[in-house]
Write a protein that binds this ligand. Structure first.
Ligand code: BGC
Length: 251
């Protein structure tokens, strides 16, 4: 089944049609810069632009870098504050004319990973972590998602973990990859202490192959640590797949 997936990020909003049986994109990705003032209405207009680009009228799955419960956004750590208490499914659906299902961006990337990527077939507790502007998490047990875990906000060094060990902080503080990895190791130690995952999957900007060799040797975990494979398509694929699953659940 083909579904339009849209991934809303801090710098770009990307969409593509996805074959949800194979997890493959069936079109090129179409990218629009995230509006500087990324209010719900401004982002909804970009979703409309992407939907029109594909001349799409079917089901739409969409990610948001925030906690999303029953179609409503509840947090706004790295996005415009106006998102809080926005009925995001209804907003995007009204703007695009498409039946829409939205979910947290890390949850979407994790869903794609366990269905089609590095997490495929992995049972037990799988902790998917995406490291970019923030730190996002998706927690699975026997392939079932526990949604909205938001474990990038675990307390670490007197603040939120993502303010200590995200890729944004690495750039802002001009850390070497090894310095950043020692911070990320502290974060993984905390996650292992709390959840004892069997597998840890690292995704987001730091999972690009050219970067991984710069820090991978610094990380040591009890869990098997693997690098995500789907890179910047994961959010789009997971959004589409979740939209399909949510429709199945409702019917
Ligand atoms: C947000 C999460 C999001 C993560 C990655 C965090 O700041 O709170 O909802 O998944 O960034 O984008």
């Amino acid at each position: 089944m083909e579904i339009l997936g849209i991934d809303i990020g801090g710098t770009g909003i990307k969409g593509a049609l996805v074959d949800t049986d194979t997890g493959k994109l069936t079109t090129e990705r179409f990218r629009v810069d995230t509006p500087p003032e990324a209010t719900p209405d401004a982002v909804a207009q970009v979703a409309r632009q992407i939907t029109r680009h594909f001349n799409w009228q079917g089901l739409l799955g969409c990610t948001i870098p925030a906690r999303v419960e029953h179609g409503m956004v509840h947090t706004a750590a790295n996005i415009h504050q106006d998102w809080i208490e926005t009925r995001v499914d209804a907003l995007i659906s009204d703007a695009t004319g498409c039946e829409t299902h939205c979910l947290n961006d890390a949850d979407a990337a994790g869903v794609a990973s366990v269905a089609f990527g590095a997490g495929r077939g992995r049972m037990g507790v799988v902790f998917f972590v995406t490291v970019g502007t923030g730190i996002g998490s998706a927690l699975f047990t026997d392939q079932h998602l526990v949604p909205n875990t938001e474990l990038g906000h675990l307390p670490l060094r007197g603040g939120a973990a993502e303010d200590w060990a995200s890729n944004r902080v690495r750039k802002e503080e001009n850390l070497s990859w090894e310095e950043w990895a020692s911070r990320f190791q502290e974060y993984l130690d905390l996650v292992e202490f709390l959840f004892a995952p069997d597998t840890i999957i690292v995704g987001g900007g730091v999972s690009r192959p050219a970067k991984v060799s710069l820090y991978r040797h610094c990380l040591h975990t009890k869990a098997e640590l693997v690098i995500a494979e789907l890179e910047n398509e994961a959010g789009i694929i997971g959004a589409a797949l979740s939209a399909r699953q949510s429709r199945v659940t409702r019917t």
